[in-house]
Design a protein around this ligand. Structure first.
Ligand code: GTR
Length: 357
């Protein structure tokens, strides 16, 4: 079939063979996923910090009666945690529907600190009974190669000198969840982490490393996110590992001009999320991210869910996705909408259709 042929041309490293040559079976599928996480830390994202010594939060803004037309409670929490004895603190928004007792929950990693925000349609989420937390990634650490500020500075002090910033933002989303699980009544069987673009890459890393998230949702994440790297169109390792070197560990640069030598590809990241749910969204005109490589990555990773007796990705093998369809049948869901690189309401609504199933 057409899709399988396209995938074969990418010559991907095998998900089903350990680095020591052993074959992966249903019995050792979790062990291989642990190896995916090791490989991803070693080759691309850098070392994920240890769990914090403690996490605590202080309410710095109480909800108001008219929040979201009176349908929600919006509070602001200042979160503090410590890693190897060094403390760090940043704020997040907590938005809970007033009438839902145990809401499904999303941790959204955002570009801005607004609530609502053009990327976070607060009322749509609330109207569908979802509770959520959102934070601005720059409150964790700046989006540049300054490794002295925020969490980057804290981690450098305690000996993490090669953790990329995507991993830091992902780690922080997990700390938000630590607090939420301690302090809010939410449906623990349905917790997603979500992000767009560089923060879509971040959401995937978070989902791969933190199994409390039952779903990871990446929107237009592209290169070093949900797209296959080998022979992808648009952005490539040669660009991203130079322009955004600080998102990654140093080793990733080695693959700049030889990505065919990488002992992994992005389907390792997606497969690390198995057997939980994964949502990948693309946009037709987002050629820099490359929707085709995102779709193919779902096809490649989907095989891994079979080890758990689950259906991975249910797709059309004859062609790429078009903008009118959604693929919501399997544990990996996908849609491609019309338009450009953006986190649109259509993306959220389609994701929520799947998350609320
Ligand atoms: C671009 C970058 C992409 C994507 C995007 C974004 O400049 O090359 O990988 O992350 O930024 O985050 O909007």
């Amino acid at each position: 079939m057409y899709i399988e042929k396209q995938l074969k041309k990418r010559r991907l490293p095998d998900l089903f063979t350990f680095e020591d040559g052993r074959k992966v079976t249903a019995e050792n599928a979790d062990e291989r996923r642990a190896e995916f996480r090791e490989i991803l830390q070693r080759e691309i994202y850098g070392e994920m910090p240890v769990l914090p010594d403690f996490v605590r939060g202080e309410v710095i803004k109480e909800p108001a009666d008219r929040d979201c037309a009176g349908k929600a409670k919006i509070s602001r929490i200042q979160l503090t945690f410590s890693v190897k004895g060094e403390e760090f603190s940043f704020p997040f928004w907590l938005v809970m529907p007033r009438l839902v007792r145990m809401p499904r929950f999303v941790v959204a990693i955002n570009f801005r600190d607004n609530m609502p925000d053009e990327y976070i349609p607060c009322e749509e989420l609330i109207d569908r009974g979802i509770g959520f937390a959102a934070f601005c990634y720059k409150d964790v650490t700046s989006d540049d190669n300054d490794m002295t500020n925020g969490l980057a500075g804290v981690l450098a002090k305690v000996g993490y000198n090669d953790t990329g910033k995507l991993a830091m933002w992902a780690y922080s989303a997990s700390r938000v969840l630590d607090w939420v699980l301690e302090n809010c009544d939410i449906d623990r069987q349905n917790i997603a982490v979500a992000g767009h673009s560089r923060l879509g890459k971040t959401a995937l890393v978070c989902g791969a490393f933190d199994e409390r998230f039952t779903c990871a949702y990446s929107n237009d994440s592209g290169c070093s996110g949900a797209a296959i790297t080998r022979d992808k169109q648009g952005e490539q390792v040669a660009f991203i590992s130079v322009r955004f070197d600080y998102w990654f560990c140093k080793k990733y640069h080695d693959y700049s001009d030889r990505h065919h030598d990488m002992p992994f590809d992005q389907h390792f990241l997606l497969a690390a999320i198995a057997p939980r749910n994964l949502y990948v969204a693309s946009a037709l005109e987002d050629t820099w991210a490359d929707p085709e490589s995102e779709y193919l990555c779902c096809v490649a990773a989907g095989e891994y869910w079979k080890l758990y007796g689950k259906t991975g990705f249910v797709y059309n093998g004859e062609r790429m996705a078009n903008v009118t369809e959604v693929f919501h049948e399997g544990c990996i869901a996908y849609h491609m909408r019309s338009g450009v690189h953006y986190w649109s309401r259509e993306d959220w609504n389609k994701f929520l259709d799947y998350f609320l199933k």
